[in-house]
Design a protein around this ligand. Structure first.
Ligand code: ATP
Ligand code: MG
Length: 430
């Protein structure tokens, strides 16, 4: 090969007549009597090469199988019928790795695709989703850094539940002790605000979710932030600006991928602050009007959230959840003690909760009382209570489920496709 290898995306910009070489994997091959079409994909796109009778490479081109790795050389030609409007008139093809019969067919079931996920991740659909995911993660870091938050890292092995015992994963530690996988980094972030004031982390959280839903993984990526001196309203503002920033970045950088996924672009363009804010009580009355009864005090599930999302065309906040619907660390509203100073952010179009957050209890006695009220043992939360002994301050924070965010941004119907190797109730392989 004499021509310099360029990414497919670059090759598709070259003028007709340019010599070109690309490398990648065979996306499909079609044989005609006198010619063969080989479509090659690389990380940047797909491009067709055509090998005619006059090409010495025709017989070699007829040997390649789907997913073989190849280097293709030739001359660029404009052709409106080719993907991207150009093709390569092939003069040479080098087979690097000849693929065996690829097991994935067009009509493969979702379950089968998950069984061979290590191969399925090559699809254009998943590749597009993962590019959106990459942009979303990058945007999270950009946003927090631009707001003066320090990035920190917290342990995954912990000794007490953050979000309730029912979803804890137990692990046998080196010395035989029982420890758990973290459900959230929140408590550790809280301890770091006493020096760094504003902190964030992007890390996995683990929850043994027993029910099969479209929006629960057992291992998910959590972007969490915590800030000293912040109240609920301050955090809600940060949350809406964060979500707007991520969405703008995705629209800027990933338009092509969104279009390939069939995403409604207009819906994403509406994601600009301020987001509507409705109280839990208002939500119950909206639901009541729609024939959905929720007993005051109960948490809202995916079904109720879906009904509420029909009322809004951009993300919206639900605030003021009852005490018993939220974890013990949420601060109760001094003006109305039966509700907490908490807020969830719900994505529209049926998606529902992507962020949970609020103000934390800063008073030691109040925290101990609430731990007991929730039937938990203050002994298990010694160090967390300690934080309230030495210079306690009002503070608030939130957790954003990155996989749920990606699910909504890409408009897909199941969370498993928002992450390369999903972990769910019944799946830990491959
Ligand atoms: P849900 O009621 O949907 O289970 P939650 O109230 O348990 O959510 P939080 O504890 O507030 O969620 O966690 C913060 C965020 O983390 C959620 O808003 C969501 O985006 C994400 N999240 C929580 N559990 C999961 C999970 N099992 N899989 C994926 N994301 C999750
Ligand atoms: Mg949950």
């Amino acid at each position: 090969m004499r021509t310099e290898i360029v990414p497919v995306k670059e090759a598709l910009k070259l003028p007709q007549g340019s010599p070109v070489a690309v490398r990648g994997w065979v996306y499909r091959r079609r044989d005609l009597k006198k010619k063969a079409f080989v479509v090659v994909r690389d990380s940047t796109g797909i491009m067709q090469a055509v090998f005619g009778e006059d090409s010495r490479a025709l017989s070699e081109a007829r040997k390649v199988t789907v997913e073989s790795s190849v280097v293709v050389e030739g001359i660029v030609r404009d052709d409106p019928r080719a993907p991207g409007g150009k093709e390569i008139v092939g003069t040479g093809i080098e087979i690097i790795g000849l693929a065996e019969n690829f097991p994935i067919r067009r009509d493969a079931s979702r379950e089968f695709l998950l069984d061979v996920r290590h191969l399925a991740v090559r699809s254009r659909r998943l590749t597009s989703i993962f590019k959106v995911r990459d942009t979303a993660f990058q945007a999270v870091h950009e946003f927090f850094r631009s707001r003066g938050f320090y990035e920190v890292h917290c342990p995954m092995f912990i000794t007490a539940a953050v979000e309730g015992g029912a979803t804890l994963f137990e692990v046998k530690y080196v010395d035989g002790r029982k420890v758990y996988l973290t459900q959230s980094s929140q408590f550790y972030l809280e301890s770091l605000i006493f020096s760094l004031e504003k902190v964030y982390t992007v890390a996995p959280s683990f929850r043994a979710e027993k029910s099969r839903t479209r929006r629960h993984l057992t291992e998910f990526w959590h972007a969490e932030a915590e800030a000293a001196w912040a109240h609920l309203g301050d955090m809600m503002k940060i949350e809406e600006e964060l979500i707007a920033h991520i969405t703008r970045r995705v629209l800027e950088k990933r338009r092509e991928e969104l279009e390939l996924l069939g995403r409604d672009i207009e819906a994403l363009k509406r994601v600009e602050p301020p987001f509507p804010r409705i109280s839990y009580d208002e939500a119950l009355s909206i639901l009541e009007d729609k024939g959905v009864h929720v007993e005051w005090g109960e948490d809202l599930g995916a079904d109720e959230e879906r009904v509420l999302t029909q009322e809004f065309d951009k993300p919206f906040f639900l605030y003021g959840f009852p005490e018993k619907a939220k974890a013990f660390y949420h601060k109760n509203d001094p003006k109305r003690p039966e509700v907490t100073l908490s807020a969830d952010l719900l994505a529209p179009e049926g998606y529902g909760e992507i962020i949970g957050g609020g103000e934390r209890i800063e008073d030691k006695d109040e925290l101990i009382a609430k731990i007991k009220k929730f039937g938990l043992n203050p002994e298990d939360y010694q160090w967390y209570i300690d934080l309230r002994r030495y210079g306690t301050v009002p503070h608030a924070g939130f957790g954003l489920g990155m996989d749920r965010l990606v699910m909504w941004l890409t408009g897909i119907d199941h969370i498993v496709d928002a992450i390369p190797f999903p972990r769910t109730v019944n799946r830990v392989y491959p």
